[in-house]
Design a protein around this ligand. Structure first.
Ligand code: SF4
Ligand code: SF4
Length: 335
């Protein structure tokens, strides 16, 4: 791995590009801000939000260099050297390694081991680091906020800042015990991160920024100039489905939400409060509506129903199992 001295030399002439993938509310933008604040040279960061709401995929981009003229670019990062993924469920939804330079690093909050991850992302020419950030977050912070924790993992693979500089940036950003807990969390992340240099990956070339668009979304809808009336879209069925009906919001959360039919009193408070219409009710033979369960495809684990239920008929269970941090024994290169 590159030493701090070697990296300083490289960054006199080059830029290091990072891309953070997170979900709305997980603090991906804060992580990229802290990255710039802790860096010894010059840096910029830009967030990119879509139709933002809690749990939806977000991205943020960071450029770092020792040369101020090299970080004036404000467009999104298309060819990152480092990709950090704060939420493991994004692996199934987003091509997180798109544009990632050969020899670059993919850093993921996951309980998968690095060999399994290589298969998931289908890349053999990159290095992979994993951290069970959710476990650390729940242990140290008491909630699933993994943004500072992923920075401890980044520091483990590339010395873009020192642990002291990162701790100082966190102490400036947060207050009191929250700041202290976040510092404790990054130190633990730095120790517990599992790294895997494939041996097959080429040396990382910091001079390359290919500007390849990494994500293009097509809904198959007509362009603005093809519309008869502004703002109106037509299709064969006359209706274009929108919103949660088309989106698997059930993949957004880290909890399975469980309902206990025996305890439920059918008060319907959970049905009123659910933002994704994920509480299923059916009309019974008595002519009244009764709760029938939770639509897991759309339940995004916001826990509103759990908090409002007056009889504790709703509970939660972590989707993730225990971490599998080690590289399998028959593989070389991990530690
Ligand atoms: S946790 Fe409850 S309120 Fe939130 S989306 Fe799931 S069912 Fe709806
Ligand atoms: S809030 Fe609780 S008791 Fe009321 S319908 Fe929902 S699960 Fe049943």
């Amino acid at each position: 791995m590159i030493t701090p001295e070697q990296l300083k030399e490289v960054l006199e002439q080059s830029v290091i590009n990072l891309r953070f993938h997170a979900r709305g509310g997980q603090g991906g933008v804060t992580a990229s801000n802290l990255c710039v604040e802790a860096f010894y040279g010059y840096g910029v960061c830009q967030p990119k939000f879509g139709a933002e709401r809690m749990g939806s995929p977000t991205e943020s981009y960071v450029r770092l260099s020792a040369n101020v003229d090299l970080v004036r670019n404000n467009e999104q990062v298309y060819a990152p050297h480092i990709v950090a993924v704060l939420d493991p469920s994004l692996l199934g939804e987003i091509d997180v390694v798109a544009g990632l330079a050969p020899g670059g690093w993919l850093i993921v909050n996951t309980v998968l081991d690095q060999i399994s991850l290589q298969t998931v992302v289908n890349r053999k020419d990159i290095n992979i680091a994993t951290i069970d950030a959710l476990n650390i977050a729940m242990d140290v912070l008491g909630r699933n906020i993994t943004n500072t924790i992923i920075l401890g993992a980044i520091l483990r693979v590339i010395p873009i800042f020192s642990m002291d500089a990162l701790a100082n940036a966190i102490m400036s950003r947060f207050k009191g015990s929250i700041a202290a807990k976040n510092v404790e969390a990054i130190k633990r992340a730095h120790e517990e991160t599992c790294i895997f240099e494939t041996g097959g990956a080429p040396e990382l070339d910091f001079s390359v920024d290919t500007k390849v668009p990494w994500q293009q979304v097509s809904l198959g809808l007509p362009g603005y100039k093809e519309l008869d009336d502004a703002g109106v879209w037509y299709c064969d069925e006359d209706v274009i489905e929108i919103g949660s009906n088309q989106v698997n919001t059930g993949s957004w959360g880290e909890w399975d939400i469980l309902w206990d039919e025996e305890i439920c009193t059918d008060c319907a408070q959970c049905w009123y409060i659910c933002p994704d219409f994920a509480i299923i009710r059916e009309k019974g033979e008595d002519g009244l509506w009764h709760m029938k369960g939770i639509d897991q495809y759309h339940c995004k684990s916001c826990q509103n129903c759990l908090e409002i239920c007056p009889v504790d008929a709703i509970s939660k269970r972590l989707k993730q199992g225990p971490a599998a941090c080690a590289v399998p024994e028959d593989q070389e290169g991990g530690n």
